[in-house]
Design a protein around this ligand. Structure first.
Ligand code: COI
Length: 355
């Protein structure tokens, strides 16, 4: 397979035929797991160095019952996407930024982390090995999920003696069942996502299960997802369960500043830059929930979510509605970001990597 030689791999444009694609109903992709062909694995032993990684068939993995990740949640994940271009090549978007995010997270969680090159090479190899699962242009993306976990055995609370970096992939469509339709968010003031001094600013697996309760409660009441407030004052916007949040008033776009409880996010950072390039003023600052009554637009950003327009936010039984649709700023930012990610708009920043 071409995957083994991916380090120096340059894509040769080709026209994919039906036979080159996995048997998937490409028109009905959601954000669910479709098992693909290969995964990539790389182990790290006590010396803190990662061994040569390799691809193997995708499947279940064997873990010690006392693995650090299972017992104490010593784990991190990332998400990045490969778009298939019309010329048959795959386009990755800023995988080096995910590598950096994982490095920062690993430091917080007392774990060794792969180098930027090791991370990006693993993402490339996983994408190429599963190329037939990358949806046709315009139908979705190949979502790539790198994991870093303490796989060595522990009993007392301590960093695990051994780590595994694992990358798998699945074709995906839209994250929300709403598709590209506006989200209806619910502001949660009982449960919080992160607290000061915690690990809200890194992508540890332990930030996600605790919000399932709030998501379930909101979904049962007909909402799309939950917007969390800071745990100290119960007043300032933080994040939505799986994405960052932005508000728009006139020509000014604002997003909560990353003060330790908010993930800085590859899509969040990219949107800040794109908006500035388009001439908008972008502020990273503290945003009070009270401001929500007085803004034109709200949208969410994330790798899985991309950019999702928010049609309404409900806070203490009051529902506030926002501009959405063809003339919204979020639509303009979406087209620009996805245009770059798909290779349809010139990438002047060196954000994309063709493989
Ligand atoms: C992503 O945007 O890739 C994420 O990691 C969020 C996840 C909850 C789907």
């Amino acid at each position: 397979s071409g995957a083994a030689s991916s380090l120096q791999h340059a894509c040769e444009p080709s026209t994919y035929s039906d036979g080159d694609y996995a048997d998937v109903d490409w028109d009905n992709l959601g954000f669910g797991l479709l098992p693909t062909d290969y995964m990539y694995r790389m182990k790290c032993f006590k010396d803190g160095k990662f061994e040569q990684g390799q691809l193997s068939r995708y499947g279940n993995i064997e873990l010690s019952p006392s693995a650090g990740v299972l017992n104490y949640g010593q784990g991190l994940f990332e998400g990045t996407k490969a778009y298939r271009k019309e010329n048959g090549c795959l386009l990755l978007f800023r995988p080096d930024q995910n590598a950096i995010q994982m490095k920062i997270g690993a430091e917080r969680m007392c774990m060794p982390s792969p180098s930027i090159d090791q991370f990006v090479d693993a993402v490339k190899q996983t994408a190429l090995a599963n190329k037939r699962w990358a949806p046709p242009p315009g139908k979705g993306t190949l979502y790539i999920r790198p994991l870093l976990m303490g796989t060595g055995p522990v009993l007392g609370l301590a960093p695990a003696p051994e780590y595994t970096f694992l990358v798998y992939a699945s074709p995906v469509g839209n994250y929300f069942k709403e598709g590209l339709a506006p989200l209806n968010l619910y502001v949660e003031d009982e449960y919080h996502r992160a607290s000061r001094g915690g690990a809200g600013c890194v992508k540890t697996i332990s930030n996600y299960a605790p919000v399932l309760k709030a998501i379930t409660k909101a979904k049962n009441r007909g909402f799309s997802d939950v917007l969390y407030l800071d745990s100290l004052n119960k007043k300032y916007l933080e994040e939505v369960s799986s994405c960052n949040i932005f508000i728009v008033k006139g020509n000014v776009i604002s997003t909560p500043a990353t003060n330790g409880t908010i993930l800085s996010g590859v899509t969040r950072k990219s949107i800040i830059e794109i908006a500035q390039d388009l001439g908008y003023e972008v502020e990273e600052r503290v945003i009070s929930v009270d401001e929500l009554v007085n803004v034109d637009e709200v949208f969410c950003t994330g790798t899985a979510v991309v950019i999702a327009p928010v049609g309404s936010i409900t806070y203490q039984d009051k529902r506030i509605e926002y501009r959405t649709g063809a003339y919204s700023l979020s639509r303009k930012l979406y087209s620009t970001l996805v245009g770059i990610q798909m290779g349809l708009i010139e990438d002047k920043k060196g954000w994309t990597l063709e493989i």
